[in-house]
Design a protein around this ligand. Structure first.
Ligand code: ADP
Length: 360
C-alpha cells in the first residue's frame, strides 16, 4: 500500500479532537500501518486514560472505516507520563514525577474530598499516585483515606508513606495533633510542611496530589513558592460569592508561576437520592463564569451527592468503594482532564549529567 494513503489516514486520526486536552491528537498518533486493507494504529498519550481506551478505539475505527478499501482497524493505545517543569529555582522531588496542588479560596468547598477522589481516579486511569495532606489546620485525609497509626521511619529519619486504597499517602495529621498545629505560627507551620514534603520517601510516583490548606494567605503562598508544583487545580462551589476567592487562588498561582490546570466546580448540582432528579440548587453556570472571568478552563463539575460525602467521610471514597457510580465516572473524567491539561505544559528539560571527577 502506498505511503501517501497511510499518511493521509494518519493525518485523519491526528486531526481527531482529544476531549481531555481540548486539542487534536496530533503527535500522540505515533504510527499507522496498512496491509491488505487492515490498518494498525499506534497512539501514545501523555497522560493515563485507561477509561478512555475503548471509546477512543471506537472513534478511530469509525473514522478510518469511512475510507474506502479498509476492512479492519486495530488500535493500540498506551501512555507515557513525562516529568513537567516546576517553578524556577526549585528541584523536583525525588520519587515524584509531577506534583498537582489542589487548592481553594476558602474552606468547606470540598477541596479535600476532591483531592482524595481525584488521586484515586488518576490511579484507576493507570498512574502511580500519592496524596500529601498539607492542610495543616484541618487535615482531613487521615479520615478520608482511613490512615491509622504512625508511619514507619528509616534509620536516616526519613518517613515512609502510608498505604491507602493503593495510594501512597502522608498527612500532617498523623504526625502532629490538630491542637498542637493550631498554635503554630506561620513560619513554623510552613517549615513543618516543607519538611514533610522533603522527608517522605515517595516511591516512583507519576503524580503526587497535594491537598493545600484553604485560602491564599502567607502559608499558602510560601508553600506555593517552596513546593515544586507542576500544576494546580482550584476547587470552588458555584455561588457568586466564591468568585473572588477563586480569583485570588488563581492570582496566587500566577504570581509564583505555577500553571493553573483548571477550575473544578464542586456541589454544582444536587442529585436527589430518592428520585435521581438533578437540580442546580446554588444556581447554574457559576463555574463557567468563574472560569471565563479568570481565563481558566472549567475542568469538571461534581454534583452534591450524599453518597460521595458519606463514603469519603467514612474513609472509603466513592471512586474506590463504588467505581461504577456516576459520580466516580465524573471523577475519572476530571482526572483525565487534569492530567491531559498537565501534559500540555512544558516538560522538565533538566539533563542529569553524571558527576565527572578528574584525577591526575
Ligand atoms: P474542604 O477541604 O474544602 O474544607 P471537605 O472536602 O472537607 O472541604 O468537605 C466538607 C464536607 O462536605 C465534608 O463532610 C464532605 O464529605 C462534604 N462534601 C464535599 N463535597 C461534597 C459533594 N460533592 N457532595 C456531598 N458532600 C460533599
Amino acid at each position: 500500500m502506498s505511503t501517501t494513503v497511510e499518511s493521509d489516514l494518519k493525518a485523519a486520526v491526528a486531526a481527531l479532537q482529544d476531549p481531555h486536552s481540548g486539542q487534536a491528537l496530533g503527535d500522540a498518533v505515533r504510527g499507522l500501518a496498512m496491509n491488505d486493507g487492515k490498518v494498525a494504529v499506534d497512539i501514545q498519550l501523555g497522560y493515563p486514560a485507561a477509561g478512555w481506551r475503548e471509546q477512543l478505539g471506537e472513534l478511530v475505527r469509525n473514522t478510518l472505516m469511512a475510507h474506502d478499501g479498509i476492512s479492519a482497524v486495530t488500535v493500540d493505545m498506551d501512555w507515557q507520563i513525562p516529568k513537567h517543569s516546576v517553578q524556577e529555582g526549585l528541584e523536583p522531588l525525588n520519587g515524584v514525577r509531577n506534583i498537582i496542588a489542589v487548592a481553594s479560596g476558602k474552606g468547606g468547598v470540598g477541596k479535600s474530598t476532591v483531592a482524595a477522589n481525584l488521586a484515586l481516579a488518576l490511579q484507576a486511569e493507570g498512574a502511580r499516585v500519592g496524596v500529601l495532606d498539607a492542610d495543616i489546620y484541618g487535615p482531613s485525609q487521615p479520615r478520608m483515606l482511613g490512615l491509622d497509626g504512625m508511619p514507619d521511619t528509616t534509620e536516616e529519619r526519613k518517613i515512609l508513606p502510608m498505604s491507602a486504597h493503593g495510594l501512597q499517602a502522608m498527612s500532617i495529621g498523623v504526625l502532629v495533633s490538630t491542637d498542637q498545629a493550631m498554635i503554630w505560627r506561620g513560619p513554623m507551620a510552613t517549615q513543618a510542611l516543607q519538611q514533610l514534603v522533603s522527608d517522605t520517601l515517595w516511591d516512583g510516583l507519576d503524580y503526587l496530589v497535594v491537598d493545600l490548606p484553604p485560602g491564599t494567605g502567607d502559608i499558602q503562598l510560601t508553600l506555593a513558592q517552596r513546593i515544586p508544583v507542576a500544576g494546580a487545580v482550584a476547587v470552588t462551589t458555584p455561588q457568586e460569592i466564591a468568585v473572588d476567592d477563586v480569583r485570588r487562588a488563581v492570582a496566587m498561582f500566577n504570581k509564583v508561576k505555577i500553571p493553573t490546570l483548571g477550575i473544578l466546580e464542586n456541589m454544582s448540582t444536587h442529585i436527589c437520592s430518592q428520585c435521581g432528579h438533578e437540580e442546580a440548587i446554588f444556581g447554574a453556570g457559576g463555574g463557567e463564569r468563574i472560569a471565563r472571568e479568570t481565563g481558566q478552563v472549567l475542568i469538571g463539575q461534581i454534583p452534591l451527592d450524599a453518597g460521595l460525602g458519606r463514603s469519603t467521610d467514612e474513609g472509603a471514597p466513592i471512586v474506590a468503594s463504588d467505581p461504577g457510580h456516576p459520580v466516580s465516572m465524573r471523577f475519572h473524567e476530571v482526572a483525565r482532564n487534569v492530567a491531559a491539561r498537565l501534559s500540555l505544559q512544558a516538560r522538565d528539560q533538566r539533563i542529569r549529567m553524571p558527576k565527572i571527577k578528574i584525577v591526575e
